[in-house]
Design a protein around this ligand. Structure first.
Ligand code: AMP
Ligand code: MG
Length: 324
């Protein structure tokens, strides 16, 4: 069984091709980069509509396959930015109808989880999913991927990117902030907001913006990371204690951060859980994770009607998990 998957939720148009054993036959991507500021959804979607077809064609070429070899076409149906999701969905629907292939609409967040499980050899982890737009603590329980804690306002990556923009770091700001933070030493108290099992980052953002008027930017970067990551660690630890999972998996673009990895590793160790970080190649958005999750779904009989609309607010815990 071979599945082609299309990712187009925000900044990346990615096409992956995988087989049933989890072999990756193709992984092609292009990324939209704003000239300044953050992502403009329509600009990103325009880039995707102009260049997406070439990405699909080069994925097939690099796998040495044609559409005849593909058993199903998967795409990210949500959550994400409407114009971007729609562009990928049109491409997927066209391929499915033109070549008479089943179509599979994949939840993007769950795809981050499934590619993490595949590449780290995990079965049933507590997942800490930290990306630009999403911040969720997730575990499989009672037939679904349940959310045990999440941000009530902006995503952790978004916090870093927005603060970065204020201090002159272009998108994506995470890596540069990590570097700055390594040079900081003085801890500046900033608002720490955990509400039950949920998090809020906007107060922290405002305080960190004000702090650069008084303190060296390295010290603010250091303190911002320490506070934000400690908040995540607190809710992750609570979920780990509650679910008693024996694996802790870190996924999403922010997972690249070494200081964050160190903190989460310590949390896992204290609870006797194995710890892994999704390989950097698959931490960011990509088509492979959509293809792999689509394959799991298709193998278990879940397909999507080509008339089904995209779902920009598709929640992790709203998806039917037919393959577990
Ligand atoms: P994603 O939305 O999953 O594609 O991830 C992108 C987000 O990851 C952006 O907000 C980046 O700033 C963030 N990011 C990437 N590398 C790092 C890093 N080393 N430390 C913190 N955040 C990072
Ligand atoms: Mg993502």
């Amino acid at each position: 069984m071979i599945v082609l998957g299309i990712e187009s939720t925000a900044h990346t148009f990615g096409v992956g091709i995988v087989d049933e054993k989890g072999n990756i036959l193709a992984d092609e991507r292009i990324q939209y980069r704003p000239q300044e500021g953050g992502i403009r959804p329509r600009e990103s979607a325009q880039m995707m509509s102009e260049r997406g077809a070439f990405v699909i064609s080069s994925a097939l070429k690099s796998a040495g396959l044609t559409m005849d070899d593909i058993d199903a076409v998967a795409f990210a149906i949500g959550p994400g930015l409407g114009p971007c999701l729609r562009t990928g969905a049109i491409a997927a629907r066209f391929l499915a109808l033109r070549y008479s292939k089943p179509l599979v609409g994949v939840n993007h967040c769950i795809a981050h989880i499934e590619i993490g499980k595949l590449s780290c050899g995990f079965d049933d982890p507590l997942v800490v999913y930290l990306s630009g737009a999403n911040t969720q603590i997730i575990a499989y329980a009672g037939g679904r991927y349940r959310i045990f804690g999440e941000t009530l306002d902006i995503g952790l990556g978004n916090l870093l990117d927005s603060w970065g923009r204020v201090v002159g770091i272009p998108f994506p700001a995470g890596p540069k902030i990590e570097e700055l933070a390594r040079r900081g030493s003085r801890f500046i108290p900033l608002p720490y907001t955990v509400k039950g099992s949920d998090l809020a980052f906007s107060g922290l953002y405002t305080a960190a913006v004000r702090a650069v008027e008084k303190y060296p930017v390295e010290d603010v970067a250091f303190s911002l990371q320490e506070v934000a990551f400690s908040m995540v660690a607190e809710v992750a630890e609570r979920a780990l204690a509650h679910t008693e999972k024996k694996e802790l998996l870190l996924v999403g673009g922010v997972a690249a951060n070494k200081r964050l990895q160190e903190i989460m590793h310590a949390v896992a160790e204290q609870h006797g859980a194995r710890f892994a970080v999704v390989p950097m190649k698959y931490a960011a958005d990509n088509g492979v994770m959509i293809a792999w999750t689509g394959l799991l779904m298709y193998k278990h009989g879940c397909t999507t009607d080509p008339a089904e609309p995209i779902n920009p607010k598709f929640r992790t815990d709203a998806a039917d998990v037919c393959w577990l």
